[in-house]
Design a protein. Structure first.
Lengths: 349, 324
């Protein structure tokens, strides 16, 4: 009797576990090229999780969704924490990864990278939050500012104070993960009166800590913190790479259309659960603060603009002065030659 | 004074056990309730703030403003009104996600992991995560136990093999397996094979050592002499005497290795997986939403107890001579 029960339980688990393949998917044939994309939970990257749920792409190896069938390429989605995604990319565990322009530059000496699809830019999604006790930047000097060192948080902070005419050396930026920093401030910790974090932590903290307010945020530096899909230069040379990028771009823009369409609230709510526990109303704020490059035209406009070239100079300067990278070269356009990090808009549809 | 090892009546034993569980549950109830009340107060305070801001704004005269400022003023008013509606609702229903009350553990935790989720309502979190973790654990432990059994018994049987394997095993057993994780990620990748390799090699040094110790010490010398005298070959001796004799120890050793294996597995899933207990725990930790986390932790604890019990049962059934 006991054995039967146990067997039944195992069988139930087995059925539940195997029953994840989608109806619209077909099996990939042996000669279909396969590429992997690593993504972490972030508004414009969770889009790929939604594309998987919608059946546009099937993230499982060997299974192909609608767009994969169209382009004849098998996309394998690998979801992991942001740090793990970067490690996977550096150790060639994946062909493409979702990361920011700054991290792409930092990682590029260990694996040459080509940015093929800009997904969004931070327009308020990174913010310096303070409690009531800190009135302005002058008062901030006497407090420790907590945030993740060597990340876009520190970049946003330094750029913000420089724009306001202050010196970085007058402030004490202390290393702490954004999740921990946000939780501490929400719990009313005496020590954590000033933090620099990104969404969802910005919104969560503003909602649960009555004293917290935004001192300044990334709306001061629009187009400087860019989220994107980056491909390894070595993977680009594999057969089928063009089709892979085309399918990824198609999936991204298709979900963007869904976000504008009749079901937009439903898709946005689904994006919310893939990203955080924020509800629909907050998700609407989130996608304002994380401004999507909704069409290929917007993506091209960014990558080809002169402002973006200047931005990358600023980012490089920041990274070098903070010992995050040494001597990485940046190029723009498909004819940029041998560089560590290339921004190439020619893959966009 | 209480005498050392003085027996107590069965009834007292039982009620003390119940009392400690009740204490845990009761303490949590009081704690989480307090947090929920505080959260409601915070919402009420925010509600007051916004109401004051709104009335201040409405009190200022608006008839002399140019159209642009007027529009700005109106959007601010709308914003405040939206916030008031939200805080009004929250001051009634707000709960603390860091220490959820029992009812929110049930509604936002247990029901959520059991009912279909996702855009197409086709994802069952608990079933998918439990299956992913279970199959990784079983495969990893299976490979690990099989390898350790071979190495351990051979080490216990032959002095040459013992001398060969002992130094690396005692060294490897001292390395915390979580410290080796980066090495596994790089060498084996982040696929299913990585979890199997990691668990297998994680439990192998300790397991092989305890099997070898047992094969050496728990098999009485006279049994070996008897078997040889009765004409057994070395292989027959290993299978019929040594293996049978150490089987209960082996089952116990495996039972004790499930814990460390789970530590490694959850840690690895936390970092690189897109299914499994560790993955879901990371997602909800990042959202500072403890509802699902507490439910998963409870399930993991209960599953551990069940696994423990089943293995003890197995040992009693296979080796009744061993006793308890």
């Amino acid at each position: 009797m006991r054995k039967t029960c146990l067997l039944a339980l195992v069988a139930c688990l087995a059925i539940a576990g195997c029953n994840t393949s989608k109806e619209t998917s077909i099996a990939a044939s042996a000669d279909t090229p396969s590429f992997s994309l690593a993504w972490s939970e972030y508004p414009s990257w969770s889009v790929f999780g939604i594309a998987d749920e919608l059946g546009l792409i099937d993230g499982d190896a060997g299974a192909m969704g609608q767009l994969e069938q169209k382009h004849n390429v098998d996309i394998v989605l690998k979801e992991a924490g942001y740090d793990s995604c970067l490690n996977m990319f550096a150790s060639k565990e994946c062909d493409a990864v979702c990361m920011t322009n700054m991290d792409a530059l930092i990682i590029s000496p260990s694996r040459s990278a080509v940015a093929v699809l800009p997904t969004s830019t931070s327009n308020g999604a990174d913010a310096c939050l303070v409690t009531k006790n800190i009135a302005d930047l002058e008062a901030l000097k006497s407090h420790k500012v907590y945030g993740l060192k060597g990340s876009v948080s520190e970049y946003c902070f330094v750029r913000g104070i420089e724009k306001a005419g202050f010196q970085e050396a007058d402030f004490e930026f202390t290393n702490l993960g954004p999740d921990v920093a946000a939780t501490n401030m929400q719990q009313g910790s005496e020590e954590h009166q000033a933090i620099v974090v990104w969404n969802p932590f910005v919104l969560q903290t503003l909602r649960s800590a009555p004293n917290a307010r935004v001192l300044f945020d990334s709306t001061e530096i629009p187009g400087e913190i860019v989220d994107m899909v980056v491909m390894g230069a070595d993977s680009l040379e594999k057969p089928g790479a063009q089709e892979f990028i085309a399918a990824v771009c198609d999936a991204f823009y298709a979900v963007n259309q869904e976000l504008e369409g009749d079901n937009s609230d439903q898709v946005l709510a689904a994006l919310g659960t893939k990203f955080s526990n924020l509800e629909l109303a907050d998700m609407k704020t989130v996608i304002q603060q994380t401004q999507f490059y909704k069409t290929a035209a917007e993506g091209k406009a960014l990558l080809n603009s002169d402002e973006f070239k200047t931005t990358m100079d600023t980012v490089k300067e920041f990274c070098e002065s903070h010992d995050l990278v040494k001597g990485a070269t940046i190029g723009f356009g498909s004819d940029a030659g041998e560089v560590n990090l290339k921004f190439d808009s020619s893959y966009l549809p | 004074m209480l005498m050392v090892r003085k027996p107590i009546p069965k009834a007292l034993q039982f009620s003390l056990g119940i009392a400690s569980i009740l204490l845990l549950v009761g303490g949590y109830t009081v704690f989480s309730h307090g947090r929920a009340v505080r959260q409601k107060e915070v919402a009420a305070q925010q509600l007051d703030n916004v109401r004051n801001l709104l009335s201040e704004l409405l009190a200022t005269p608006a008839n002399e403003l140019d159209p642009a400022s007027l529009a700005k003023r109106q959007s601010k008013i709308n914003d405040y009104e939206a916030q008031i509606t939200r805080f009004e609702q929250e001051s009634q229903t707000a709960f603390d996600r860091t220490v959820p009350t029992w009812s929110s553990l049930y509604h936002d935790g247990l029901l959520r992991v059991l009912s279909p989720q996702g855009l197409k309502k086709d994802q069952y979190w608990l079933a998918e995560d439990a299956w992913a973790t279970f199959i990784r654990l079983i495969s990893g432990l299976g490979v690990g136990v099989a390898l350790s059994l071979i190495i351990g018994i051979l080490m216990g049987a032959y002095a040459s093999i013992e001398s060969f394997f002992l130094p690396p095993l005692s060294f490897l057993a001292k390395i915390p397996p979580t410290a080796m994780m980066a090495i596994f990620f790089i060498l084996v990748g982040t696929s299913f094979q990585m979890y199997v390799t990691m668990i297998a090699f994680g439990v192998l040094p300790t397991l092989a050592q305890s099997i070898y110790q047992s094969a050496k010490k728990d098999v009485p010398e006279n049994l070996i002499f008897k078997a040889y005298t009765l004409g057994a070959s070395s292989l027959e001796l290993i299978w019929n005497v040594i293996y049978k004799q150490i089987l209960p120890r082996l089952i116990d050793a495996v039972r004790l290795q499930i814990g460390p294996a789970m530590v490694m597995l959850v840690a690895a899933e936390w970092m690189v997986s897109s299914a499994g207990f560790g993955y879901r725990l990371r997602l909800f930790y990042q959202r500072t939403d403890m509802t699902v986390i507490f439910v998963y932790v409870l399930i993991l604890g209960l599953a551990g107890l069940v696994a423990d019990y089943l293995l003890t049962l197995l040992r009693r059934k296979l080796c009744p001579w061993f006793g308890d």
